[in-house]
Design a protein around this ligand. Structure first.
Ligand SMILES: Cc1cc2nc3c(=O)[nH]c(=O)nc-3n(C[C@H](O)[C@H](O)[C@H](O)COP(=O)(O)OP(=O)(O)OC[C@H]3O[C@@H](n4cnc5c(N)ncnc54)[C@H](O)[C@@H]3O)c2cc1C
Ligand SMILES: NC(=O)C1=CN([C@@H]2O[C@H](COP(=O)(O)OP(=O)(O)OC[C@H]3O[C@@H](n4cnc5c(N)ncnc54)[C@H](OP(=O)(O)O)[C@@H]3O)[C@@H](O)[C@H]2O)C=CC1
Ligand code: HEM
Ligand SMILES: [Cu+2]
Ligand SMILES: [Fe+3]
Length: 522
């Protein structure tokens, strides 16, 4: 059988070498009381260390845990378990060769010996080697096996059942718990300071799940109950995902960048080259980028607040909030955080580029050339009051806009967001976010000033880039302004408090309109 050739039992046959039809003797794991006292004793939170910093001998009453496998994950697991007060025995096919890899506090022996005493055994091996443990079936009977494995993308697609379910099918007399697969060996070793602290756990046996959850907590991680073993497939898919929810926003930002970069290239580089033979290709690395990034940032920012406006308009038109939004709008609403953070990232780069402009060689030449021209033209000083004011104002507005966006970005951090209540979070994200959009619009308008109305700024009949960026933000700002009018805002607050146009729900708003606003929530 193909499966056997790859060293793994064909999952369709029951357990390790069992004849089909054997009685279903899946044991309920020893209950917490039956389980040898070790596991139900309060877990020692941290191991003592000797004066020379090495781990002191494990106290005799420390709960005993077994690990099969002596690889990277096994080694990190031992370090963490021993450091959390457990006594650990490692089962290896070649203990002599591997013993030196483990802290002295851990015992390294053959697999058969290692599985004798512990009630909980981590299987720190790859799925294709699980069947090599079938010889231990009798000794493993009634024990809790913790499956920590991650399939590769291909294996995940190829196998119908999860690695954990496959392990359970090989050892029907054991209790399998899925845990720790999302924690890298490094995070396990260095502790949950960096990386993810959450450990999704699933099993068909609550007692076993509880026992392993207690271990997870004793090791400084946070158990997340994912239900029964059938969810192991979903738990095994987690490490396979790469930044879920960022794909569409990232593609959107890239698309906008390419569009505006090409647009600026045509206007600022190609047009002078074609019309006057002037080579302005030096503009490509900085100047064209610094007229592209702000446009991307600004359009993305407006695309963060457009769905909220569309959602509000839909709720007003339908006269209810109890109907689902169209999928595309729901999806868009769910991606606002990613779009917002991408906007902030582009705006921050734009600010950095802008601060670097005076350092550039181009800028220095231009300043010197300007001075020479002025001397030759016998002009004592060049001071255009309007230009000075314009630049001072748009730079200041840009800084204020970026500063406000930084607040939104900071409150995006889960640890900060968790410390805010719903209204504070919404104030920062919704109200301050809108303020940032208005400031960015003023920044862009003062930058653009009268250029949109001067022919000299149209190249190949293409208008100045900033004019293209103004469309969506202005729609959002106008719509938001419109919804602030009492006729709309009162109706929206009623709808958001559950009122329905067709009178489905009869109720009166509290007389105090401000109170209604305050308590109407999404
Ligand atoms: C730098 C930055 C960081 C950001 N970080 C976050 C973040 O961490 N988390 C986050 O959520 N957003 C984040 N955003 C996006 C944005 O700030 C928020 O989504 C904000 O709440 C949008 O406010 P709003 O007024 O447009 O819409 P809201 O006040 O959210 O809602 C407007 C309308 O849409 C309806 N509505 C909104 N959401 C839903 C929904 N899911 N289902 C059904 N109806 C809905 C409401 O009923 C309401 O009528 C970030 C934006 C930026 C720029
Ligand atoms: N590395 C990581 O960061 C993470 C790993 N994991 C999972 O942990 C498990 C182990 O990973 P890792 O420690 O990196 O892998 P390694 O290859 O480093 O170790 C696997 C161990 O399996 C043992 N083993 C037992 N039987 C066999 C056999 N028949 N053939 C080969 N090896 C056998 C070997 O120990 P011995 O020779 O002593 O018997 C070997 O050391 C995998 O399922 C992986 O998906 C999960 C999360 C993170
Ligand atoms: C510290 C903050 C900021 C500074 C110092 C700054 C500075 C500048 C400068 C110098 C320009 C002229 C660019 C050039 O012609 O080379 C500019 C243009 C622009 N900025 Fe900013 N800006 C800042 C923040 C922002 C933010 C937060 C946004 C929007 C999210 C933004 C959007 C724009 C736009 C759309 C343009 C017009 C680009 C064009 O059409 O050429 N800026 N800014
Ligand atoms: Cu998505
Ligand atoms: Fe297979």
């Amino acid at each position: 059988m193909a499966a056997e050739a790859s060293g793994e039992q064909d999952p369709s046959t029951p357990g390790c070498g069992e004849s089909p039809g054997m009685k279903d003797n899946t044991l309920h794991p020893p209950s917490a009381t039956q389980m040898s006292g070790e596991m139900d004793k309060p877990l020692i939170s941290r191991r003592l260390v000797d004066s020379d910093g090495s781990l002191a001998e494990t106290p005799s009453e420390a709960p005993k845990v077994g690990i099969l496998g002596s690889g990277d994950f096994a080694r990190s697991l031992v370090t963490r378990l021993v450091g959390s007060g457990f006594s650990v025995v490692v089962g290896s096919r070649n203990p002599k060769r591997t013993a030196g890899l483990f802290p002295s506090a851990a015992q390294v022996t053959f697999q058969a010996e290692a599985v004798d005493s512990p009630d909980v055994i981590f299987v720190a091996m790859f799925r294709e080697h699980y069947s090599s443990l079938c010889g231990l079936s009798d000794q493993l009977a009634g024990k809790i096996l913790v499956d920590v494995s991650n399939p590769t993308e291909q294996e995940h697609l190829r196998h119908r059942e999860s690695n954990a379910e496959y392990l359970a099918s090989l050892f029907p007399t054991c209790t399998v718990v899925k845990a720790f697969n999302v924690i890298s060996a490094w995070t396990l070793q260095s502790g949950p300071r960096d990386g993810n602290r959450q450990v999704p756990i699933c099993s068909d046996h609550p007692d076993a799940k509880r026992a392993v959850s207690e271990m997870v907590q004793a090791m400084g991680f946070m158990p997340v109950d994912m239900g029964s073993l059938v969810s192991a497939r979903e738990v095994e898919a987690m490490p396979l995902r790469l930044l879920p929810g960022w794909k569409v926003p990232a593609l959107l930002a890239l698309g906008l960048f390419i569009f505006f970069y090409v647009y600026n290239f045509v206007r600022d580089v190609l047009q002078p080259y074609v019309r006057d033979g002037k080579s302005k290709f030096y503009k490509l690395p900085v100047s064209v980028v610094n007229t592209t990034l702000p446009c991307v940032a600004y359009v993305l920012l407006s695309l963060v607040y457009l769905p909220g406006v569309l959602a509000a308009a839909l709720q007003l038109r339908r006269g209810t909030k109890y109907r689902r939004f169209p999928d595309w709008l729901d999806h868009w609403l769910q991606h606002r955080k990613q779009i917002g953070l991408l906007s902030f990232f582009c705006a921050a780069l734009h600010a950095l580029y802008s601060f670097c402009l005076p350092l550039s060689r181009v800028n220095r030449y231009e300043v010197v050339n300007l001075a020479i021209k002025q001397v030759l033209a016998n002009k004592s000083h060049l001071w255009i009051e309007e230009e000075v004011w314009r630049m001072e104002i748009y730079l200041s507005l840009g800084v204020l806009a970026l500063g406000t966006l930084s607040l939104l970005a900071v409150t995006s951090l889960p640890s900060i967001a968790n410390s805010l209540n719903w209204r504070e979070f919404s104030f920062v994200q919704s109200t301050l976010g809108f303020v940032a959009l208005v400031l960015s619009t003023l920044h862009t308008l003062t930058y653009g000033w009268t250029r949109a109305f001067e022919d000299s700024h149209y190249k190949f009949y293409l208008p100045p880039t900033f004019t293209l960026t103004l469309l969506v933000p202005c729609v959002v700002i106008l719509a938001k302004g419109l919804f602030l009018l009492p006729c709309f805002s009162r109706r929206l607050s009623k709808i958001r408090r559950g009122w329905e146009k067709d009178g489905g729900v009869k109720f009166t708003l509290p007389m105090d309109h401000a109170l209604a606003q305050k308590t109407s929530h999404v």
